[in-house]
Design a protein around this ligand. Structure first.
Ligand code: ADP
Length: 338
């Protein structure tokens, strides 16, 4: 008997492969407009983009909750349109909204989830204990989830997504709303999961630092298409030079703004000058050399400076360049006093 074509393992080496996907919602919104990208197994792939870019729609299609109008989607070696059942068994999903039952204990939540995936008896118990231990929830295993801190709830969400040992994990904004300490702990855990379990992770986030830290590769989506893709280093490397940020002592008037722009634009080695009220920005071939020059020139022009920072190009700069505005969760660097 010949094997039906849809059960033949993926002919590609990718854990996720999206090609020319188009999705239109009723009302004519073209949420995805020819989206294509691929993710290597064992890697974290970050999906970034402004609100309305198409990230959630992409997640829904990859996790078999929605169907595209056209294009092809393969996840964990299976065709997501023909065999969504096989895809569902091979993936874990951690949605933005917790799937845990708040009135039940952490352990019970894990047990129920395990049963849903067909785990029973000793195998189920040992898997649940392993996850409680790994996600540092053992001490709270018997408590109702509604008593958990935000960080504990999020760790339980990830543990729930990992019960059946998926090969591909979808993480939708895993650290939104967490305090910095819980966020760092979650990042450590995500890194451990990738290393220990050879897991492939698709991560959507607004936190550019998160994607910089975790993602092997990333793509920025806008208007339902990939605008740019690469490793964080590649994308930052495309931006030549250091980012210079200067804060004037007081907000200049229109004439002062023009003057500030002229002063910086005429200095050697400075380009891409921006002026937003008292905040000036420029890109410098050599940041350290540019600082004293810029300070002296602005001072001479009657525009004293309160603070200045020099930074290597960041993911924030990459995002700004490709999307045209900053990410909603950008944290401004604190200006060092001069
Ligand atoms: P993101 O997750 O990047 O914010 P979405 O995938 O949610 O983007 O949305 C992409 C586009 O599709 C947006 O213009 C959004 O308004 C639209 N959209 C999303 N879901 C629906 C829906 N159920 N019905 C109609 N339009 C939708």
């Amino acid at each position: 008997m010949s094997v039906p074509p849809q059960t033949v393992p993926s002919p590609t080496p990718y854990a996720i492969e999206v090609a020319d996907v188009v999705k239109t919602y009723p009302g004519g919104v073209r949420a995805l407009d020819g989206l294509s990208f691929a993710v290597q197994p064992g890697q974290v792939f970050g999906l970034l983009g402004p609100n309305g870019a198409g990230k959630s729609t992409t997640m829904k299609i990859l996790t078999t909750l929605a169907r595209p109008d056209s294009g092809s989607v393969r996840v964990a070696g299976h065709d997501a349109l023909r065999r969504p059942d096989l895809v569902r068994r091979a993936i874990g999903v951690v949605a933005q909204r917790s799937g845990a039952d708040p009135m039940t204990s952490g352990r019970e939540n894990l047990v129920l989830q395990g049963r849903l995936y067909g785990l029973r008896g000793a195998e189920l118990s040992s898997r649940v204990e392993e996850l409680l231990d790994r996600f540092d929830l053992g001490h709270a295993a018997r408590r109702e989830v509604r008593t958990y801190s935000g960080g504990m709830q999020r760790r339980l969400d990830v543990a729930l997504g990992m019960v059946h040992m998926p090969r591909v994990l979808f993480l939708d904004e895993p650290t939104t709303g967490l305090d910095p300490e819980s966020r760092t702990a979650m990042w450590d855990e995500i890194e451990r999961m990738v290393t220990d379990n050879a897991l492939t992770i698709l991560l959507t986030t607004h936190h550019l630092e998160e994607v910089d830290r975790l993602a092997h590769r990333l793509a920025i989506v806008d208007h339902g298409r990939i605008v740019v893709a690469g490793t964080p280093e590649e994308l930052k490397g495309e931006l030549r030079g250091d980012a210079l940020r200067i804060e004037l002592s007081s907000a200049p008037d229109a004439r002062g703004e023009r003057l500030a722009r002229e002063v910086l634009a005429t200095l050697p080695g400075l380009r891409e000058v921006t002026v937003e009220g008292r905040r000036l920005g420029a890109r410098a071939d050599a940041g350290a050399a540019a600082v004293p020059m810029a300070l002296a020139a602005l001072d001479q022009a009657g525009l004293p400076v309160a603070a200045v920072t020099v930074a290597r190009p960041s993911m924030d700069d990459v995002y700004l360049r490709h999307v045209g505005r900053r990410s909603p969760v950008t944290v401004e660097p604190i200006g060092a006093p001069v």
